[in-house]
Design a protein around this ligand. Structure first.
Ligand SMILES: [Zn+2]
Ligand SMILES: [Zn+2]
Length: 271
């Protein structure tokens, strides 16, 4: 995390199409380049270690292998620090010092973040949220929602300070809207939406790095939905094409193909 932050500071803002060969997990430049022993796909060392924790936390027994998030090949170790003469090899069945066990809900949310964006845009109308000024109704589920998102994205259990920070920025933004009486050059809703995205991006970027833009999209979507977390999840899961018993529904509206594989849909949904 620290290394990645340094990298982010040096390069300023980046997106996946600015970085030539980004880490597939964090979309940022590779830090401590590592690769999997069977398929040779490259990741940041911290990213692939954290990834293997996420995957390990779903299975009850200790697994000796990790499926590559890109190609699903079974790998048994992570090769790091290769400098031409020596390298470190970390076997997947070693204890990496797991601090945080991912819940099923965290994994479902990560899967959402690693799926194509915009899959709920036809269900929840974000522009209407701004136009009809729905933000004036306080959202009592927002803090819990933020906590779960940040835990999933940061892969940390204790995210309370970050939740507090981002929630504070959101609340003070609503206050700012209510107290601003100026003539705006463009429609007010567009002006406020742009500024909201800028404010949240600034607040979240130090913690979420290249995942920030997507997080801001998801936040707007959740706010626009006006739903509680349970109802929101139900809509999302249905759209992802998962049914409650765990297998893929035969005829989902869109079949969503994740671009990183956290788990095999169908086998792991019914834990
Ligand atoms: Zn990475
Ligand atoms: Zn691979």
């Amino acid at each position: 995390m620290n290394n990645r932050e340094e990298q982010a500071d040096q390069t300023g803002s980046y997106t996946s199409n600015q970085v030539p060969n980004p880490c597939p997990i964090c979309l940022a430049p590779l830090v401590k380049e590592s690769y999997l022993d069977a398929c040779f796909h490259k990741f940041c060392y911290n990213c692939i270690v954290q990834w293997s924790r996420v995957v390990a936390s779903k299975s009850s027994g200790q697994s000796a292998s990790i499926k590559c998030p890109l190609c699903k090949t079974d790998n048994f170790s992570i090769i790091a620090g290769f400098d031409g003469t020596c390298f470190q090899r970390h076997y997947v069945d070693q204890d990496f010092g797991n601090r945080f066990t991912f819940s099923k809900a965290h994994k479902y949310r990560l899967q959402c973040y690693y799926s194509e964006p915009g899959i709920l845009n036809d269900i929840f109308d974000v522009s209407r949220f701004w136009k009809s000024r729905k933000y004036r109704q306080s959202n009592m589920w927002l803090q819990s929602w933020l906590k779960r998102e940040l835990q999933a994205l940061m892969q940390e259990e204790d995210v309370d300070i970050v939740v507090h920070h981002i929630h504070g920025v959101i609340e003070s933004f609503w206050t700012r809207i209510e107290h601003t009486r100026v003539v705006l050059k463009k429609p007010a809703e567009a002006y406020w939406q742009d500024n909201f995205r800028i404010a949240i991006t600034e607040a979240a970027k130090p913690f979420l790095l290249a995942r920030t833009d997507r997080f801001v999209n998801e936040l707007e979507l959740f706010l626009a939905s006006g739903l509680n977390i349970e109802a929101y999840d139900a809509v999302y899961i249905q759209r992802l094409g998962w049914n409650t018993s765990g297998s893929i529904t035969t005829n989902p509206v869109h079949q969503i193909v994740p671009f990183l594989h956290i788990f095999d849909v169908g086998s792991d949904q019914d834990e």
